[in-house]
Design a protein around this ligand. Structure first.
Ligand SMILES: Cc1cc2nc3c(=O)[nH]c(=O)nc-3n(C[C@H](O)[C@H](O)[C@H](O)COP(=O)(O)OP(=O)(O)OC[C@H]3O[C@@H](n4cnc5c(N)ncnc54)[C@H](O)[C@@H]3O)c2cc1C
Length: 464
């Protein structure tokens, strides 16, 4: 009798825990379904490389969902892993590494996205001979990929330059111009130094690219990578500030030849096969050009009256430079709410967020909770279903739910995303898509193809 009672109590305890577990699973699944619904609303899916989950093999262990550094890209629905927030995926691939049954493989963006990508050879060459694209602009995200591509691309260029007689430099012509000083451009520049090429790097903004624009103290996840002028870089996690300091150290030591604050506006290739790279203040000539522009592109403008006023900005680096100000932040993504909260924490600031939707739906869980607290405590105000109508020197006019409101204002920040530099690439003749048929059919393309083959053959031949 006693044994039976013990079994019964044991059984009830197990049942209690089982019920608790099933209840938490149900809750998790409900959250995942909600995230999947929200994700669909504003996401065209992953923009670059992303996981492909084979549901036939997925055993539903959920390991992949817990290792993603970006949070809720993956979730468990009906016992299988699924992508619920594809737009947040930047292709770390930790989910694929962690899957115990190999049900996840990393794949490139969907064909519809690929059609919007420049056509590149395995050597990262575009449809224009000796014009290369490396890093995220070519469709592959992550710092390690940018570093690898920048480095390998310069090896191709060095082989060609040497095959064509590096001993006879042409006055006023660089061996290679590197455009952009993010991870891809930095790596390409350092490899150019290693390969003793005559190079110059042009950067419209500051050295560091997208990394320099991450929020303060953001933890950067990376993989071991062979860094030119340094060797194996083995750190797997470090703060943005530490990564920038590491690059700074190598660049200083290597005598990095960079011109910052110089935006490239046009690139032309002459009959002599030399490039002319045009910026607002200079023109440069080069045998080869590497575009390491990233995909952030230009900040998207709203087209609102008064947007050209100097008080209207698109990027916030140091919130603590602004105190006792009346501020409007436009947007509802992570960048907008993080900037708004940062500004609201500075003494005397009155911050209003204008967001066109009825609620925040595309932000990280952590940001959603924090901004909720800020709103509740009156640290900042959010005007949902609102749009700016006009920016004036001392105020802004907003349309809030159909009625007009004018509020006093000193500064405006707009976070409406960016447009990748596709129009610029098309202007300079770069073909798009897996196979750009318009371009392939043209005589120009056939000529370019023949020239590329000739360049590759010359580079492969043993040097004299
Ligand atoms: C919020 C966020 C978090 C991320 N976290 C990670 C992470 O933890 N780990 C990771 O591996 N990756 C991460 N990534 C992705 C990673 O930052 C990018 O894949 C990487 O920076 C791409 O490097 P890039 O050199 O190709 O381009 P970018 O870093 O974008 O650099 C491009 C540079 O080109 C310059 N430029 C553009 N146009 C011109 C022009 N016309 N003339 C002159 N210069 C120009 C730009 O000013 C910029 O400096 C993250 C991305 C984001 C947005």
């Amino acid at each position: 009798m006693e044994t039976l009672l013990t079994y019964a109590i044991g059984g009830m305890i197990c049942l209690f825990f089982l019920m608790g577990y099933l209840k938490s699973l149900k809750k998790k699944e409900a959250r995942a379904r909600a995230a999947a619904e929200k994700g669909k609303l504003f996401s065209e899916g992953p923009k670059a490389q992303h996981p492909h989950i084979d549901s036939n093999y997925c055993i539903g262990c959920g390991t992949c969902t817990s290792v993603c550094p970006e949070g809720d890209v993956l979730a468990m629905i009906a016992g299988k892993a699924v992508i619920v927030n594809g737009h947040k995926c930047i292709g770390h691939g930790l989910c694929a590494d962690a899957c115990p049954v190999g049900a996840i493989t990393m794949v490139m963006a969907s064909p519809s996205m690929a059609a919007d990508m420049p056509h590149l050879t395995p050597e990262f060459e575009t449809t224009v001979p000796n014009l290369f694209i490396v890093g995220e602009l070519g469709g592959l995200a992550l710092i390690k990929n940018a570093v690898n591509q920048g480095r390998d691309c310069v090896d191709t260029i060095a082989a060609r330059v040497n095959a064509n007689g590096a001993a006879q430099p042409i006055a006023g012509v660089y061996d290679v111009l590197v455009i952009g000083a993010g991870p891809a451009g930095i790596s390409a520049s350092l490899r150019a130094i290693e390969r003793k090429l005559n190079y110059l790097t042009l950067e419209r903004d500051e050295v560091g690219g997208t990394v320099a624009k991450y929020p303060r103290q953001k933890l950067v996840m990376t993989s071991p990578v062979e860094f030119p002028m340094y060797g194996k870089f083995k750190k797997l996690q470090l703060s943005k500030e530490n990564l920038l300091a590491f690059w700074d150290m190598i660049l200083n030591r290597s005598d990095f030849n960079v011109s910052t604050g110089e935006k490239v506006e046009d690139i032309k290739r002459g009959e002599d096969r030399m490039f002319t790279v045009v910026t607002a203040t200079n023109q440069y000539r080069a045998k080869a050009v590497i575009l390491a522009l990233g995909r952030a592109g230009e900040p998207r403008k709203l087209g609102v009256k008064g947007e050209e006023l100097p008080k209207v900005m698109y990027r916030l680096i140091e919130a603590d430079h602004y105190i006792n100000k009346k501020i409007l932040v436009v947007g509802g993504g992570d960048s907008a709410v993080e900037a708004a909260m940062g500004l609201a924490c500075q003494a005397g600031n009155q911050v209003t967020v204008s967001y066109r939707s009825e609620q925040f739906s595309r932000i990280k869980e952590r940001n959603a909770k924090r901004i909720e607290d800020f709103m509740r405590s009156g640290k900042l105000k959010v005007l949902f279903s609102s749009n700016p109508v006009q920016f004036k020197p001392e105020s802004v006019i907003l349309d809030v739910n159909g009625s007009s409101q004018e509020i006093p204002n000193d500064f405006v920040w707009i976070f409406a995303g960016g447009t990748p530099p596709n129009a610029f690439l098309k202007k300079i003749g770069v073909g798009f898509g897996a196979r750009d048929l318009t371009l392939e059919a043209s005589k120009e393309a056939k000529k370019a193809d023949a020239e590329r083959k000739q360049l590759a053959q010359a580079a492969a031949a043993p040097s004299r």
